[in-house]
Every structure is written in structure tokens, then in C-alpha cells.
Design a protein around this ligand. Structure first.
Ligand SMILES: Cc1cc2nc3c(=O)[nH]c(=O)nc-3n(C[C@H](O)[C@H](O)[C@H](O)COP(=O)(O)O)c2cc1C
Length: 446
């Protein structure tokens, strides 16, 4: 079988993910592996896509090999997918799969993004492999790589693949016309947008949003920001927070965006995501490491496109807010949702409203907590922040609670004591809550 490996890591041959593909190449010599460093060479591919497209078309199987970057794939891979679609490359019925490495932080949304795009191209998608960065160095990890490849061969030989959900997109109309124009407070809202010259609909949605918003606002069009390139994954920023690029994005982010009272993100849906420019903006925020520097600040979105049916994008939007601990006031994609979003955002700004994190946030932060603890030697800026903000809430610190649970365990395992206890166990569990309720008597609200 002729396998074409599309290496989406900006690190090229230094990619950790690529090592898994090299492992398979050594092990399965009956198959040929052609490796193309699309992540590292995206600028060349933009200029001359023909040769690479030819190689892709000639392959029997395509394997996307890439690192998970900020909930999805590196911006360079987003750009690659954009070009493949712009060039209308015919990949119908070609087998495709993916291998990623990450810390499993939102690896599933990355996989779904690639799957959705391959389904758009009518390809035969085989469920990919999501590895932890270090898996290949363990016997267990190596076994899972081999079983994955055997599964892949079986799928190829027997024409087995994932069903195409055949998402039908609808043109969502927007006539505009927010009626109310309220008095503006002195609170400041920044609208970070990716607005292309001809994107009249998104412009209209943003104009209406600004009109209806009872606060000061400014638009930052990241389409015009002189990005020198996408995140390179070089980890230069890990210690100091400073990026290797000299385009001053880190200062711009800290001074122009993070200093406001709320952040609104505005984009047109592209290839089931926010498009490669916005992805570049997201990835480059790695200069903030894993620090939730906008914690508590309300977020909202203005989205041009059929947002209703983009389930993976919805997960990403919600999860980003949850991990960052930002109240997601809403996503405006038509007149009604824009008006609702304005009102909820206004409430959140005025009342500094934020909810406790849900599973997306709690789960995500536990992965970060453990990761930074292990990597604190290099991730200095994150470590200092996590210590200061009490992110290191390891359960083994709760000694008293553990001793109490052991005692309780002993008691409930003894039938005599258990019988005597009767309802005491439940009462004991509720004791701290009862105290809260009793104290409340003094402090009543209308
Ligand atoms: C900008 C950036 C964003 C990242 N985002 C994520 C993420 O969202 N989830 C995750 O689990 N790991 C994330 N990582 C970690 C990489 O996925 C991980 O280091 C990967 O193994 C690198 O693979 P590579 O060497 O092939 O590029 C991120 C790393 C960088 C540099």
C-alpha cells in the first residue's frame, strides 16, 4: 500500500507525532510511506500546491500526523485543508486516517475537525489514533500503535470506514436591524474579529452588535495583524512568556485585548472551524502558556454561518470558555441570538457574573494541573501562576478527609456498628450543609 503521511507539525522532522509513523514505516516494510512536512512548509505549499497534490492523489491511504494545538490542529494544518478545498482536489473514496500526540486535552475535538473535513471531501475515514506524547516510548503504547495499524489494514482490505454524517449546510440569512440603541457605559468590550474585505454579512452582524451594546467597544481585525507565522511549538515562551517571532503579538494580546472588560470573538465559519487566521491567533496565545489570564472576564461570539449544526465547533466554543473560566454570555448567529447575547453579556459585565466550571473546565484544568506540575522545570511562568492561584489542588493534600473516610469505611464494614448507626450516616453527610442553612437564617434576601 502507498501511504502518504501529511505531517502537520510545524516542527517538521522534529515532530514527536511523526515518530509513530516512522515506527510503523520500519515495522511494515511491505508498505511505502511518503512523508510530506505540510505544517513546516505551508508557505511553499501555498505558492506551489501542485506537486504535493499529485503525491496525495497517487496514494492509497492518507494519514494526517499532527499535534493537537489549542483544541484542534495547528493553524498550518487548517490552512492546508483550506487550500485543498480551494483547489477542489478530488479525493473522493480515498482512505484517510489520523494519528495525533497530545496530553489528551481536547484531542477528540481535533479528531472530529479532521474527520468532518475529510467527510466533506467524501473520503473514506478510518477512526484515528490519539496518543499521549510519551506513549511510543512504552511497550503498551507500541502495542496500541501496532494494533491500530492492523485495524487500519483490515479496514482498507475490507472497505470499512466511518459513516459520513452528510451534514447539510444552509445559507443563514441576516437582514440586520438592531432597533434599540442604548446609552453607552464606560465599560470596554473588545471585538476580536477576522473580517475579510468582502465579508459584508459578518460586518453587518458586528455593526448591529456594537449598536445594541450598552458599552464602549472597539474592533480588532486580526486579518490585518502582521503575523509572521503560526505557532512553531518551539517552547521558547515557556520560561519567559516571550515569543520568538518579532511581530509583537504577545504585547498586542496583553495590552490591547486582555485589558478590556469583556471579549467578543467574531468570525465566519470555515471548514467547521474559525478558519486558519483565527487558529493562528489562538495558537499564538501559547505565549500565555496554560495560564487562565482572562479568568472571570465574560466572553461572547458573533458567528457568521450555520452554527446550529456545527456540533464540534459548539463544543470547542463552550470548552474554551469553561477552561478559561469565562462566562460564555452567548453566541449570536442571527438577529434573535445577537440580541440575546448582547443582553446576557451586559448582565455579565455589570455583575461580574461567572459560573463554576463544568466538566469541560474541571477536566481540562486537571490535565493542565498535572502537566505543569511535572513540567514545572521548564514551564516556569505557568508554575508560578498555578502556585499563586491555588491550581495545585492535588487530592493527596486532603489528609484529614482521607483519614475520615478510612474511619467511616471501617464503621460501615462492621455489621454491628452499621446497624447501630441507622440514619446517622446520612445525617453526618448533611451536617456541614445544615450548618450553612442554619446560618442563613440571619441573612435573608427578597
Ligand atoms: C501551541 C500549542 C498548543 C497545544 N495545544 C494542546 C492541546 O490543546 N491539547 C493537548 O493535549 N496538547 C496540546 N499541545 C501539546 C502538543 O499536542 C504536544 O506537545 C504534541 O505531542 C507535540 O507534537 P509534535 O512534536 O508532533 O508537534 C499544544 C502545544 C502547543 C505548542
Amino acid at each position: 500500500m502507498k501511504i502518504c503521511v501529511l505531517n502537520g507539525s510545524p516542527k517538521g522532522k522534529y515532530s514527536v507525532t511523526l515518530q509513530t509513523l516512522l515506527y510503523l514505516e520500519k515495522l511494515y516494510s511491505a508498505h511505502t510511506f511518503e512523508i510530506i512536512h505540510i505544517g513546516q512548509q505551508i508557505k511553499n505549499f501555498e505558492k506551489n500546491p501542485k506537486d504535493i497534490i499529485e503525491k496525495i492523489k497517487n496514494a492509497d491511504m492518507i494519514i494526517f500526523s499532527y499535534p493537537v494545538y489549542t483544541f484542534i490542529a495547528p493553524s498550518q494544518l487548517h490552512r492546508f485543508i483550506e487550500i485543498i478545498k480551494e483547489e477542489k482536489v478530488d479525493l473522493e473514496n480515498k482512505f484517510v486516517t489520523q494519528v495525533t500526540t497530545s496530553k489528551h486535552f481536547y484531542d477528540m475535538t481535533a479528531h472530529k475537525y479532521v474527520e468532518d473535513n475529510c467527510h466533506d471531501l467524501k473520503m473514506k475515514v478510518v477512526k484515528g489514533l490519539s496518543l499521549d506524547m510519551e506513549d511510543l516510548t512504552t511497550k503498551e503504547g507500541q502495542n496500541s500503535v501496532v494494533s491500530f495499524f492492523e485495524y487500519l489494514l483490515n479496514c482498507y482490505n475490507n472497505d470499512l470506514y466511518e459513516p459520513n454524517p452528510l451534514i447539510e449546510h444552509h445559507q443563514v440569512e441576516y437582514q440586520g436591524g438592531i432597533l434599540e440603541e442604548p446609552v453607552k457605559s464606560d465599560k470596554r468590550v473588545v471585538i476580536v474579529a477576522d473580517i475579510k474585505e468582502d465579508d459584508t454579512k459578518l460586518k453587518l452582524m458586528i455593526d448591529d452588535f456594537i449598536k445594541g451594546l450598552p458599552h464602549q467597544s472597539k474592533i480588532i481585525n486580526i486579518h490585518e495583524f502582521p503575523f509572521m507565522g503560526g505557532c512553531l511549538g518551539c517552547f521558547n515562551c515557556a520560561g519567559s512568556g516571550e515569543c520568538v517571532y518579532k511581530d509583537h503579538f504577545d504585547e498586542f494580546l496583553r495590552n490591547e485585548i486582555q485589558t478590556n472588560d469583556a471579549i467578543v470573538i467574531a468570525f465566519t465559519i470555515k471548514d467547521h472551524s474559525m478558519g486558519s487566521i483565527f487558529k493562528m491567533y489562538d495558537d499564538r496565545q501559547f505565549c500565555n502558556g496554560h495560564r487562565t489570564v482572562t479568568e472571570g472576564m465574560p466572553f461572547a461570539y458573533i458567528v457568521n454561518g450555520d452554527y446550529e449544526i456545527e456540533h464540534n465547533l459548539k463544543t470547542i466554543v463552550e470548552a474554551r470558555a469553561e477552561v478559561g473560566h469565562n462566562f460564555l454570555a452567548g453566541v449570536g448567529y442571527n438577529k434573535e441570538t445577537i440580541e440575546q447575547t448582547i443582553k446576557k453579556l451586559d448582565y455579565a459585565i455589570e455583575n461580574k457574573y461567572v459560573q463554576p466550571r463544568n466538566f469541560y473546565g474541571v477536566g481540562g484544568m486537571k490535565i493542565f494541573r498535572d502537566l505543569i506540575w511535572i513540567m514545572r522545570g521548564i514551564m516556569k511562568a505557568d508554575h508560578v501562576y498555578y502556585k499563586k492561584h491555588g491550581v495545585y489542588d492535588f487530592p493527596q493534600k486532603q489528609r484529614m478527609k482521607m483519614i475520615l473516610m478510612c474511619l467511616l469505611g471501617l464503621m460501615v464494614r462492621n455489621p454491628k456498628i452499621k446497624k447501630k448507626m441507622g440514619n446517622k450516616f446520612n445525617e453526618g453527610m448533611l451536617a456541614p450543609y445544615k450548618k450553612v442553612l442554619d446560618n442563613l437564617e440571619k441573612e435573608k434576601r427578597l
